[in-house]
Design a binder for this molecule. Structure first.
Ligand code: PLP
Length: 239
C-alpha cells in the first residue's frame, strides 16, 4: 500500500462513518500523526494535500518542523508536555491538544505573554483540554470529574484559546465508545456553563484513532488523529 492509497482509504472511512451517523464529512478534520516516521514521509504526505500534522514528542516534532520549514505545515502537539518543554513547543507548533494541567496552562500562558502571543504575532495558542476518560493510570489528562472546573480556570489565561476537548479512548472497543460519549457530555456541560464557555469556543472533540475512528465519529468527533492507518505499523515500543 502506498501512502496515497492509505490516505484515500482513511478519508473514505471518515466519509462512510459520517454518512452512517448522518453527519457532514466537512465537520470532521483528519489529523495525520507522524510520530516515529521520518520527515521525508511527511513531505510525501504534504504533497498529497495534507497541511496539518500531529506529533507526540517535542524534540522529534521540532526537528521535522525545521527540516520541512519550506512546506508551511501546521504542527499539532498531541503528547504529554513537560512544563520545561513549553518554550520549545511555542517555537514551532500552532496547537497543543494535550493540555492536561493548569500548571502547564500557566507556563504556556506566561511564555506567550512574554513573547506577545504565538511567535510575536499577538495570536493566542489553540489548546484542547485532555481528559482521561478511560481512567487508566498510564494516561494523562484531567479526570472527567474535574474537567468543568479546569475549563472555568482556563478563562484566566487569555493567551490560550481553548477550542475543545481531547481524549485517548480505552483500547477495548466496547469501552472506547463509552469514553467518546463521556467526552461529548463534558463538552456539552462546558458549553452550557457561562464561565467556562466564555473562556473559549469548545466546539472541537478530538477523539478517535486508526482503530476506533468510526465509533468516535458516531459520538461526535470533529478531529480524528490517525497514525498507523496512514503510515503503517510503527516499530515496536516506538510510542
Ligand atoms: C499515536 C497517537 C495517535 C494515533 O494512533 P494510531 O493508532 O496510530 O492511529 C493518536 N493520538 C495520540 C495521542 C497518539 O499518541
Amino acid at each position: 500500500m502506498t501512502l496515497a492509497e492509505n490516505l484515500q482509504r482513511v478519508q473514505q472511512r471518515i466519509a462512510d462513518a459520517c454518512r452512517a451517523a448522518g453527519r457532514n464529512p466537512e465537520e470532521v478534520r483528519l489529523l495525520p500523526v507522524a510520530k516515529t516516521w521520518p520527515a521525508e514521509r511527511v513531505r510525501e504526505l504534504a504533497g498529497l494535500g495534507i497541511t496539518t500534522v500531529g506529533e507526540n514528542r517535542v524534540q522529534e516534532a521540532r526537528a521535522k518542523a525545521n527540516e520541512l520549514a519550506d512546506l508551511g505545515i501546521s504542527w499539532s502537539i498531541i503528547g504529554h508536555l513537560q512544563t520545561n518543554k513549553a518554550k520549545d513547543v511555542l517555537a514551532f507548533a500552532d496547537e497543543v491538544q494535550s493540555l492536561d494541567s493548569l500548571r502547564l496552562a500557566a507556563e504556556l500562558h506566561r511564555r506567550l505573554a512574554a513573547a506577545d502571543g504565538l511567535r510575536g504575532t499577538g495570536r493566542p495558542l489553540r489548546v484542547y483540554l485532555q481528559v482521561n476518560t478511560s481512567a487508566e493510570d498510564s494516561k494523562f489528562g484531567v479526570t472527567p470529574a474535574e474537567t468543568l472546573d479546569v475549563a472555568r480556570e482556563l478563562a484566566g489565561f487569555d493567551r490560550l484559546h481553548p477550542v475543545g476537548l481531547m481524549t485517548i479512548a480505552d483500547p477495548d472497543p466496547d469501552r472506547a465508545r463509552e469514553c467518546f460519549r463521556t467526552l461529548r457530555t463534558l463538552r456539552d456541560a462546558i458549553a452550557a456553563d457561562p464561565v467556562a464557555s466564555a473562556a473559549g469556543d469548545w466546539a472541537e472533540l478530538s477523539m478517535g484513532m486508526s482503530g476506533d475512528l468510526e465509533a468516535a465519529i458516531a459520538e461526535g468527533a470533529t478531529v480524528v488523529r490517525i497514525g498507523r492507518a496512514i503510515f503503517g505499523e510503527r516499530p515496536p515500543h516506538a510510542g
